[in-house]
Design a binder for this molecule. Structure first.
Ligand SMILES: Nc1ncnc2c1ncn2[C@@H]1O[C@H](COP(=O)(O)OP(=O)(O)O)[C@@H](O)[C@H]1O
Ligand SMILES: O=C(O)C1=C[C@@H](OP(=O)(O)O)[C@@H](O)[C@H](O)C1
Ligand SMILES: [Mg+2]
Length: 172
């Protein structure tokens, strides 16, 4: 069984969808951010604030490789930036993984993130107007990496259940 990897911009639903998919197909889910937090006993917010983003990116890469070396089937929910650093995007193409980009529009991302930004250091201090501009540019820059995924699932206007169903079609 290949490892299932969910990727995409902050707020596209990686953590939420991975949790539901995990219940449905009874394969354990590991959220990369949570794995990092447990390993270093610090929150993502504190790692960024005290150690800086470059340190976080190194940890993120090491932990991603560690998860890929697990021998049991797992669903991995990446962080939004994971594919964009340390050549991690190359790891999305491996034969033993099935990578899925959860593709959301700027509008969907702004709607979801405006309610959930405090624990996301890259956007925590931005108001809605600044956030929209930031996401538009950032998503454009990151799209090259996200598009390295083996599959793309559009998530706009879909319920959690509908997105999970779309993923099940890919897995079938
Ligand atoms: N249809 C939907 N699919 C996924 N998430 C949704 C949906 N509608 C609202 N949300 C909310 O959007 C947020 C997505 O955040 P999260 O799953 O943490 O994304 P990510 O891990 O990609 O940053 C959650 O607060 C979730 O409850
Ligand atoms: O996009 C990014 O660079 C980040 C996304 C976050 O994960 P989510 O996409 O789950 O919010 C987390 O890894 C960190 O705040 C950096
Ligand atoms: Mg997440």
């Amino acid at each position: 069984m290949k490892k299932i990897i969910l990727l995409g911009y902050m707020g596209c639903g990686k953590s939420t969808i991975a949790k539901e998919l995990s219940k449905k197909i009874e394969i354990p889910f590991i959220d990369l951010d949570e794995f990092i937090e447990k390993k270093v006993k610090m929150t993502i917010k504190t790692i960024f604030a005290e150690k800086g983003e470059i340190h976080f990116r190194k940890l993120e890469h090491e932990c991603f490789v560690e998860l890929l070396n697990f021998t049991n089937p797992i669903i991995i929910g990446l962080g939004g930036g994971t594919p964009c650093y340390a050549n991690n995007h190359e790891l999305l193409k491996g034969e033993d993984v099935l990578s899925i980009y959860l593709k959301a529009s700027i509008e969907t991302l702004v709607d979801r993130l405006s309610l959930n930004k405090s624990n996301r250091p890259l956007i925590a201090n931005k108001d809605d107007v600044e956030m929209k501009e930031f996401i538009a540019t950032h998503l454009f820059e990151r799209s090259y990496y996200y598009n390295q995924a083996q599959h793309i699932v559009a998530v706009d206007q879909k319920t959690i259940e509908q997105t999970v169903e779309d993923i099940l079609v890919i897995l079938a």
